[in-house]
Design a protein around this ligand. Structure first.
Ligand code: SF4
Length: 288
């Protein structure tokens, strides 16, 4: 869908932009690609405050993200998050204190994700989006990489054999699945279970950040290299990242091997167990 971006815009307040973005939203626009237009001269003799079109685009991304730290602020890196007309900003600007408010916000975000077609190849081949499940007010968030075939069919992250192994790890750690919030870097299944492409991860980052913002976990566990490297903007392997806490947006982040890797390499189970003990000790849960 094309949209109208005026050459120059007389700016009043941020609210002006919000109204403009809401107008675009009503037209069905949910996404603006990053564009840099050439500077245009400001007409002389106008008393209003003019913003050049390139400034206008930069301003769009700042305002639309509301007070959520933008994906690029959270993750300054080589993969630039597209300048997004944030379909999520209105939700994130609302109250997010109580369990009910958080649950409602997640439901609204899931509705937006269900219609997302930013990654055309994934949107064309998915059975459904896999948004996330669990406690909207969880202290611990699990982040995996992307839905597989089972997740794509059932609409839930971490089901199938890897999910069953994760359940056993959760149980052994004296946690319950309903105490957690579980989601992925991507919300759509990559064909053939390939790894997410950098652009796909960038496209989906707005939704991951929104889920983190709503749930506001104290701990995030990244399961596998894809989750760890994407969340933390890291190039190091999971073997180098595991075993210590990292920080992300105020949460302590622990990285460990993905359950599907454990199915292929059972000897790595001890490392995962060591990582879970680090988490549980920090939570104040004692082990023998
Ligand atoms: S992976 Fe994320 S950004 Fe891409 S189409 Fe699915 S929901 Fe949209």
């Amino acid at each position: 869908m094309s949209f109208f971006l005026p050459d120059t815009i007389v700016m009043g307040t941020d609210r002006t932009w919000r109204h403009y973005l809401q107008f675009l939203s009503q037209l069905g626009v949910t996404y603006l690609p990053t564009v840099r237009l050439p500077e245009r001269s400001v007409p002389s003799g106008h008393s209003g405050r003019h913003v050049s079109s390139s400034s206008a685009v930069e301003r769009t991304s700042r305002v639309s993200r509301g007070h959520l730290r933008s994906p690029n602020e959270l993750r300054p890196d080589s993969v630039q998050i597209p300048a997004v007309f944030s379909a999520t900003s209105e939700i994130l600007d609302g109250p997010l204190s109580t369990m009910q408010e958080k649950s409602d916000a997640l439901c609204r975000l899931a509705d937006i994700v269900a219609g997302c077609k930013r990654c055309v190849a994934l949107a064309d081949t998915r059975t459904q989006t896999v948004f996330g499940v669990g406690n909207a007010d969880a202290r611990i968030m699990f982040v995996g990489e992307a839905p597989g075939a089972d997740e794509d069919h059932q609409g839930e992250p971490f089901v199938g054999r890897a999910g069953q192994l994760l359940n056993r790890i959760i149980e052994a750690s004296r946690l319950k699945r309903e105490d957690l919030y579980i989601c992925n870097i991507l919300r759509c299944r990559p064909p053939g279970n390939r790894n997410p492409l950098p652009q796909e991860a960038a496209n989906c980052r707005e939704f991951l950040n929104a889920q983190i913002r709503v749930v506001d976990p104290e701990y995030i566990v990244c399961w596998g290299t894809v989750a760890a490297q994407n969340l933390l903007d890291e190039k190091r392997t999971i073997g180098k990242l595991r075993g210590v806490f990292h920080q992300y947006n105020g949460a302590k982040v622990l990285c460990t091997y993905h359950p599907s890797y454990l199915l292929r390499n059972p000897s790595a189970r001890k490392d995962v167990w060591d990582d879970m003990k680090i988490l549980m000790r920090d939570l104040g849960i004692e082990f023998n």
